[in-house]
Design a protein around this ligand. Sequence first.
Ligand code: MIC
Ligand code: SF4
Length: 643
Amino acid sequence: MGKTIAQKIIAAHLISGDMTPGSEVALRIDQTLTQDATGTMAYLEFEAMGIPRVRTELSIAYVDHNTLQCGFENSDDHRYLQTVAARHGVWFSRPGNGICHQVHLERFGKPGKTLIGSDSHTPTGGGLGMLAFGAGGMDVAVAMGGGAYYITMPKLFKVNLTGQLRPYVTAKDVSLELLRILSVKGGVGAIIEWGGPGVDTLSVPERGTITNMGTELGATTSIFPSDEVTRAFLAAQGREEDYIPLASDPDAAYDRVIDIDLSALRPLIACPHSPDNVVPVSTLADVQVDQVCIGSCTNSSLLDMLKVAAMLKGKTIAPTVSLSVSPGSRQVLTMLSDCGALSDILASGARVLECACGPCIGMGFSPNSGGVSLRTFNRNFLGRSGTKDGQVYLVSPETAVASALTGRITDPTTWSHPVAVTMPQRFRVDDSAVLPPASPETAQQIQVLRGPNIKPFPAAHALEDTLSAQVVLKVGDNITTDHIMPAGAKILPYRSNIPYLSRFCFQVCDPDFPERAKAAGNGIVVGGSNYGQGSSREHAALVPMYLGVRMVIAKSFARIHAANLINAGILPVTFADPGDYEKLNQEDVLTVSHIAQGMETGELTVTRKSDGLTFAVKCGFTRRQRAILLAGGLLNYTKEGGQ
Ligand code: MIC
Ligand code: SF4
């Protein structure tokens, strides 16, 4: 039988395992990326492994999240990242050079290669035909050292595209349509491949928007074929030599096929507070808008920005609306400036922010109290904007501009003059803000500069055979890593300071959690389905570990978070009977015995101390995962010589 695109790349990178869905496969990783908010921890972990130089084809450290320098913390971390990168063979993309996923697509991504990044939107690279995964920092550190990346072999979904997008209907609407169909859990355990005749009509940046938001489906990754559109994009970036063609075989089999007719789509909008809460834009026409933000790794390409500029040209935004525009990279900003489009954006009354994540991660531009904010971003989780009662909606750049001009949520297809924007034949290439690493001969002389904000890595516990602990928190379905470990301008500077960060753990759900967990000593968290969806931040596992959490019992887990829990030495187990979730209460004391043996059989028995209630939990760990847990996390496991 023929192979899908993902199967071909996996087969070419397979170190061990068999490619049957559900089995563990170990993959050779060609490229890694980190960003600053997760990178500090990843490089501390890499240093702890004692490997002098990265063993990948390319590893690169971007600085794009923590770019506000309100104190010494972020500036110190940037210097740490720059020096640690230079010393260990890693390229360094300076602050202001752009958002990691946008810059990686422009300058470094290559069809057919594997990439892991310490950021959940690393699958953006799938727009170029890369097999790109979001991962925890520790997994990235291991890959930098030449180690394999382990995943459960996913199922394969195909989205078959036909037709062509109508004016003002965009790639973002394609993503929102799939979220409407599948929900934020619909892609868990699957790779989503995009195919069909409609693919030819989508440019690489549009494909990148779509693979970027595959993360919101919970998908392991998403990927497009590499075709003539890919070749043209790479040629325009001055790197046609990176092109290889890649397509699925005609008789490749998929576990599920979803058909989307691009011509039938209309502008869509995700309502607060979940990316799958999707309705047509036209149904919300009376809603007043306070703020509009355009940018993020989802929608900040030159193509997006040129459309935004063309729509804004000669017009002024509504006086009640505050509009921000963050171009995705220095390349995008420079080219907007060169062609005069930047002036059109500025003249409309927009505030142009630097080329960084910015408002997407609560780094400024938080909405007013209760304010309605339309964003071209990928996540609208509760509190993520920095304003707890902010009402964040996700839209395309076209819907964002139409709404900024009218002051109400506006369907852009009601506009009479479609704007036509084409991809440039040649991008302006200037990589001067990407610093090469020191040569192997001089690297040892580089001094790694560490600020006082870098605190020691918290010690993980080796797993005992019996665990007796209190339920320190019970939460519902779809808990995000933004609930577990919030980000934002006030907290992000402390990503290398776990003790300080711990004060904010689960702040959105229960401000008393950190104190209660600390007082309990050992703790258990009980969650619903899709626990830990969202980001790749391993802090959402390291901080609970620091606060004494030893086990999370949930109905189901998001992929990256489950891996991060295991890497931190915390047991992620699922209810054998989801009905048992209802029986548990916060403060119950639970005991689990014979853990090592139970992990072998895949089932553990939990007993409640107060009344002897017993129930089963599932723990289908692989041999390697069991060894990691028993060692007390991936770092201990690696130090002990585990592969
Ligand atoms: C996000 O979009 O939530 C982030 C911030 O990019 C995270 C990474 C982080 O928390 O540093 C992600 O998506 O992985
Ligand atoms: Fe940055 Fe937002 Fe993209 Fe995360 S989702 S990488 S915060 S732009």
